[in-house]
Design a protein. Structure first.
Length: 424
């Protein structure tokens, strides 16, 4: 079976790595892929936003299944386009992908279906936004409505900062059209968790739980990033929390979407805050989390392919996912300066020492290869991911591997998975 994976980051490297182990997969193409993905798949230089060109490519190459990694092609309607052309594709259609594409849309669905989430208001003009702010308490949470590459959320300690943020979004248009509308919401206190499920619109198959580390520095300090590391499972997702998310979030959500004639078919990522009052939704994503996808693929024992097919075919009640009990931990190595401006083209040393690493895998998020040398080519560069008998073992192993790798300005957090260790 010929597969096309869209994207070229660490998430797609992990997906290609997992799919390449399926006995039914004969060939994988990846658009645009990366030098590292090229070791497992044929990479093709098409812009993932050119969805017409992608459909032409899939038809021409007789692709049996396309798997979409990032959110942008989904919100552009790649799934609707492929389906209209009779091409099989994994991911939610344009209407369903609004759960990620518009925070105002997702907050409205949450409210209409009484799903636990932060109280909020939605605004298009600065005057009413500021009036609403004046009635809220610090810290203030302000979000651009549309996609802003993970940078559209500001948490402000003072009212003055929050008002300045409103001006940035609504007056100075710092996020362009994505910030034409802002959501101001209540600050939620607690521990975050990523709850990813496959859903065909009727049935839900939860994947292993995980936890991301969003801030750039240890102890959750510094600005938010795309994710500095992740581990699975997340102990904060207890069996009770798991049941509550299924009952209080997913069941009413799918029901609410159906009432709007929207059928969500694909991977649904529920970003949760586990508060004293229970799990509350922070956000939805319409695709696998990155880096969470990396430890999760490492823990998935089952073949991924039949799970994706069952999602498309509305048969998720007929499949099961088997997991390795061993926890997995991923440490993201970033370029100096990330998530701000960062430099590229630094030579990466030591990858050859991990070429036959048994307990883990180095997924590439932003690298390039030049004359047999690996160079940095992104803010997030590598996701070093290991499995261990315990979280402590996985942590020891992953940091041992990280110790083999170096480049000028390499940065990483030293406290990934610390919360999951006993006595922490
Ligand atoms: P989002 O893009 O909505 O996931 O927000 C990015 C990050 O901002 C989240 O992962 C949280 O760490 C933080 N965040 C967002 N909304 C809230 C909230 N209402 N209360 C506290 N933290 C939040
Ligand atoms: N790691 C968070 C995300 O993928 O949005």
């Amino acid at each position: 079976m010929r597969i096309l994976v869209i994207g070229g980051g660490g998430r797609e490297h992990a997906l290609v790595w997992k799919l390449s182990q399926s006995a039914r997969v004969t060939k994988i193409f990846c658009v645009p892929g990366s030098a590292a993905i090229a070791e497992l798949a044929e990479c093709v230089a098409i812009n993932p936003e050119q969805i017409e060109s992608l459909a032409d490519f899939a038809a021409q190459e007789k692709i049996a299944l396309t798997v979409v990694g990032p959110e942008l092609p989904l919100t552009l309607g790649i799934v609707d386009l492929f389906e209209s052309r009779g091409l099989r594709i994994f991911g939610p259609n344009k209407a369903a992908a609004q759960l990620e594409g518009s925070k105002a849309f997702s907050k409205d669905i949450l409210r209409a279906n009484a799903i636990p989430t932060a109280a909020f208001g939605t605004f298009t003009d600065a005057v009413s936004a500021k009036q609403f702010l004046a009635q809220q308490k610090s810290p203030y949470v302000i979000k651009a409505d549309g996609l802003a590459a993970g940078k559209g959320v500001l948490i402000c300690a003072t009212l003055a900062e929050a008002e300045a943020a409103i001006d940035e979004f609504l007056v100075r248009k710092a996020f362009g059209a994505a910030g034409d509308k802002v959501v101001i919401e209540e600050y939620l206190d607690g521990e975050e968790a990523s709850f990813m499920v496959l859903t065909d619109g009727d049935h839900v198959l939860p994947l292993a739980s995980s936890q991301d580390h969003k801030r750039v520095f240890d102890n959750d300090e510094g600005p938010n990033t795309g994710g500095m590391g992740a581990y699975s499972p997340a102990p904060v997702v207890t069996p009770e929390v798991h049941e509550r998310v299924l009952r209080e979030v997913l069941a009413p959500l799918l029901n609410g979407l159906q009432q709007k004639n929207i059928r969500y078919r694909g991977l649904l990522y529920v970003g949760l805050m586990i508060t004293k009052a229970g799990p509350k939704v922070i956000e939805f994503n319409a695709r696998f989390g990155d880096p969470e996808c990396q430890p999760i693929m490492m823990r998935l024992k089952s073949d991924l392919l039949p799970l994706l097919e069952a999602t498309i075919d509305g048969q998720l009640n007929q499949v099961e996912a088997e997991w390795y009990a061993d926890p997995a931990v991923c440490v993201v190595l970033t370029a100096a300066g990330y998530p701000g401006a960062y430099d590229k083209g630094k030579e990466i040393h030591g990858l050859e020492k991990l070429a036959s690493w048994q307990q883990g895998c180095v997924f590439h998020a932003g690298t390039a290869k030049e004359n047999h040398r690996w160079l940095t080519a992104g803010g997030r560069v590598l996701g070093v991911t290991a499995r261990g008998k315990s979280v402590a073992d996985a942590v020891t192993e992953v940091y041992r591997a990280v110790g083999e790798i170096s480049w000028a300005g390499m940065h990483y957090r030293k406290d990934i998975a610390r919360r999951a260790l006993p006595n922490s």
